[in-house]
Design a protein around this ligand. Structure first.
Ligand code: FMN
Length: 190
């Protein structure tokens, strides 16, 4: 098998990162791959926001509130622990990137196609980094969808939608694939 097949098939979501820093040069290689994703009508609907320390700190009050709300709903009484874990998920990740896709309120089909293109772009970044030994986790947790996040990142909620945060770093461990889709997804029609 070619190397590219191996990169695609071996990729796993990484949840635990080592302290090894990811170089800006490697990140830039990933961004080049991201920007080479296909997009219909050449709309280039994706934007990538790399969240520095200051920006991440701004998110934390709301992160804790959301963690407390979730813990209450689950009947989990150790709210403080939930809050601390939620903070760590933002603060202790080597690199965190918010990925947005352009909105087109007057053209639902364009918006859908642009969303599809942005997913391609995000995954190009993921695979390109994986090729360099760097892992990532796509997160759509509640903080990625909260209005306060748009304010702190200075993203216009009317113009762009955050499709997730991509957490990036060198894997501390690579999980095994737990569930494999049964071989029922292919349909060869006559
Ligand atoms: C659109 C999307 C959103 C995801 N959001 C989350 C998330 O919020 N939290 C999380 O732990 N994993 C998230 N993931 C990662 C998936 O859980 C992961 O891809 C899945 O378990 C399959 O594992 P694999 O990526 O190693 O094949 C997301 C993946 C996708 C594609």
């Amino acid at each position: 098998m070619s190397r590219v097949q191996d990169i695609i098939n071996s990729r796993r979501t990484i949840y635990r990162f080592s302290d090894l820093p990811v170089s800006e040069a490697d990140l830039e290689i990933g961004f080049t791959a991201a920007n080479n994703a296909p997009c219909h009508k050449h709309t280039f609907p994706w934007q990538f926001y790399v969240l520095g320390h200051e920006t991440r700190e701004k998110l934390l009050d709301r992160v804790v509130e959301l963690a407390h709300e979730k813990a209450e709903k689950k009947g989990d009484f150790d709210k403080d622990l939930a809050g601390r874990k939620a903070i760590s998920k933002i603060r202790d990740v080597p690199i965190m990137i918010a990925v947005t896709s352009k909105l087109s309120p007057n053209d639902q089909f364009r918006e859908q196609e642009d969303f599809a293109a942005t997913v391609c772009s995000l995954h190009n970044l993921v695979l390109s980094l994986w090729d360099l030994g760097i892992g990532s986790q796509w997160s759509t947790g509640s903080i990625t969808r909260d209005s306060s996040t748009y304010e702190h990142l200075e993203i216009d909620e009317q113009k762009e939608r955050i499709i997730g945060f991509l957490k990036v770093g060198y894997p501390e461990m690579t999980p095994e694939k737990k569930t494999v889709n049964p071989d029922k997804f292919k349909h060869y029609l006559p």
